[in-house]
Design a protein around this ligand. Structure first.
Ligand SMILES: NC(=O)c1ccc[n+]([C@@H]2O[C@H](COP(=O)([O-])OP(=O)(O)OC[C@H]3O[C@@H](n4cnc5c(N)ncnc54)[C@H](O)[C@@H]3O)[C@@H](O)[C@H]2O)c1
Length: 360
C-alpha cells in the first residue's frame, strides 16, 4: 500500500500540532506524518536527551517548531491561536518513573497542569477538531494480576509518573464531559480521546533508565548492562505500533468525532508481554558480538511487576492491530542502531523502517 493512501489520505495537507515533538515518540510521529504529507507543527521543550533523535534526524527541517513549556498557558494558547491546527496529538510529558520519584512536582505540573492548559487553550481558541491525549498503560490502578486492563477499569498509579498519567486521564474525561461532550458535538465540534500505549521501544531512544537505551549505552561504552526488575512483565511494542494506533484513532475522530471520543488501549498481543530478562536475552542474542548483562541486586524504588493491556476494544472497533511481533521489533532496533553507528543518516533509517512497517 502506498503511503498516500494510508488513513484514507486524511492527513495530507492537514495542520497537525504535536506537543512533545522533540522527544523520542514525537520525532517518529513527525517523520511518519511527513511521509503522509501533513503540515506539521510542534510545541515542546528542547530535546530531552543527548544525543537525541530530533537532532539526529534533522527534524527542524520538516516541523515548524516552537520551543515552549506546557506550564506556560499564555504562550501555549498564543501558539495554538497562531497555528490554528485541526488535529493535536498531546505527547509532551515527564515520561520516566524513576525521574518522577526524584522530582514529583515537575512530573505533576507538566503531566497534569500541562494537560489542563492544553485543553483550556483549545476551549478558548476554537478551530481544533481532534485532540488525542497520549497517556500510558501505567495509568491503571495496578492490581498485580495476570489479566490485561480494560479501558473502563479504575485509574490509579503507585509512583508519581503513573499517577500523574492517571490524573491526566481524569482531566481528559472531565473536559470531555464538561466542554466537549460527544452528545453536543454539533455545537462544539471537538472530538477528544485518550490513548494508553504499552512500553514503547525503537531505534533512536536515548532516555535515561529505560531498558533498550541502557543496553545501547552499555554496548557502545564497552560496559556490561545492569538490569533491574528482571521478572517485571511489560507490554513491549515497537514505537510505530502506537503511532499507527494514534493516527488510526485521529482519522476516525476526524470523520466521526462523537463516536470515538473515549479512551483506547493500544498494546501488543499477549505473547509479546514478556519479562525484562527475556527481552534482554533476546536483544543480546540479536546484537551478537558477546553482548551480555548482569542483574542489579541493589534495592530499587517500587515498580509494578505485572502489566498487560486488554486490546479487544481497539481491535474490534478501530480495526487496529499490531503488525510487528516482539522479535521483529527487537531486530529492527538492532538494525537501526548498527546502521546509525556505521554512520547512516538517522532520518533515512527511520523512513526505511516506516516503509517496511506499512508493507507488513
Ligand atoms: N516511551 C514509552 O515507553 C511510553 C509508553 C507509554 C506512554 N508514553 C508517553 O508518550 C509520550 C512521549 O514519550 P517519549 O518516550 O517520547 O518521551 P521523551 O522524553 O522522549 O519526550 C518527551 C517530550 O515532552 C517534552 N516535554 C517535557 N516536559 C515538557 C514541558 N514542561 N513543556 C513542554 N514540553 C515538555 C520534551 O521536550 C519532549 O519533547 C509521553 O507522554 C509518555 O508519557 C511513552
Amino acid at each position: 500500500m502506498g503511503m498516500n493512501t494510508l488513513y484514507k489520505g486524511i492527513f495530507k495537507n492537514k495542520k497537525v500540532l504535536i506537543t512533545g515533538h522533540t522527544g523520542f515518540k514525537g520525532t517518529w510521529l513527525s517523520l511518519l506524518l511527513h511521509q503522509l504529507g501533513a503540515d506539521i507543527y510542534g510545541y515542546a521543550l528542547d530535546p530531552p536527551t543527548n544525543p537525541s533523535l530530533y537532532k539526529e534526524a534533522h527534524l527542524d527541517e520538516i516541523v515548524k517548531s516552537t520551543i515552549g513549556d506546557m506550564r506556560d498557558f499564555q504562550k501555549l494558547k498564543a501558539t495554538i491561536n497562531q497555528i490554528n491546527p485541526e488535529i493535536i496529538i498531546h505527547m509532551a510529558a515527564q515520561p520516566l518513573v524513576r525521574a518522577s520519584y526524584k522530582d514529583p512536582i515537575e512530573t505533576y505540573s507538566t503531566n497534569v497542569m500541562g494537560t489542563v492548559n492544553l485543553f483550556e487553550a483549545i476551549r478558548q481558541t476554537k478551530g481544533v477538531k481532534v485532540v488525542i491525549n497520549v497517556t500510558t498503560d501505567k495509568c491503571y490502578e495496578n492490581r498485580e494480576w495476570h489479566w490485561g486492563y480494560r479501558e473502563n477499569e479504575p485509574m490509579g498509579g503507585y509512583d508519581p509518573y503513573s499517577n500523574s498519567k492517571g490524573c491526566s486521564e481524569l482531566v481528559t474525561s472531565s473536559f470531555r464531559n464538561s466542554f466537549f461532550n460527544p452528545k453536543e458535538y454539533d455545537t462544539h465540534g471537538v472530538a477528544m480521546a485518550s490513548a494508553r500505549a504499552g512500553n514503547v521501544i525503537g531505534g533512536g531512544d536515548w532516555a535515561e533508565d529505560r531498558l533498550i537505551p541502557d543496553f545501547i549505552r552499555a554496548i557502545t561504552n564497552g560496559r556490561q548492562l545492569l538490569i533491574r526488575s528482571p521478572y517485571a512483565i511489560r507490554p513491549w511494542q515497537h514505537v510505530l505500533e502506537p503511532l499507527n494506533g494514534y493516527l488510526t484513532l485521529a482519522a476516525k475522530l476526524y470523520e466521526e468525532g462523537h463516536r470515538y471520543a473515549e479512551a483506547w488501549n493500544f498494546g501488543p498481543d499477549d505473547s509479546d508481554a514478556q519479562n525484562v530478562e527475556w527481552i534482554t536475552k533476546k536483544i543480546c542474542e540479536y546484537w551478537g558480538e558477546n553482548a551480555a548483562y548482569k542483574i542489579d541486586t541493589n534495592p530499587q524504588p517500587h515498580e509494578a511487576n505485572y502489566l498487560k493491556l486488554d486490546c479487544s476494544k481497539v481491535k474490534a472497533e478501530l480495526d487496529w492491530q499490531p503488525k510487528w511481533n516482539i522479535d521483529k521489533a527487537l531486530r529492527s532496533i538492532v538494525e537501526w542502531n548498527k546502521s546509525w553507528l556505521s554512520g547512516d543518516n538517522a532520518k533515512q533509517i527511520c523512513f526505511n523502517q516506516i516503509n517496511d512497517y506499512f508493507k507488513s
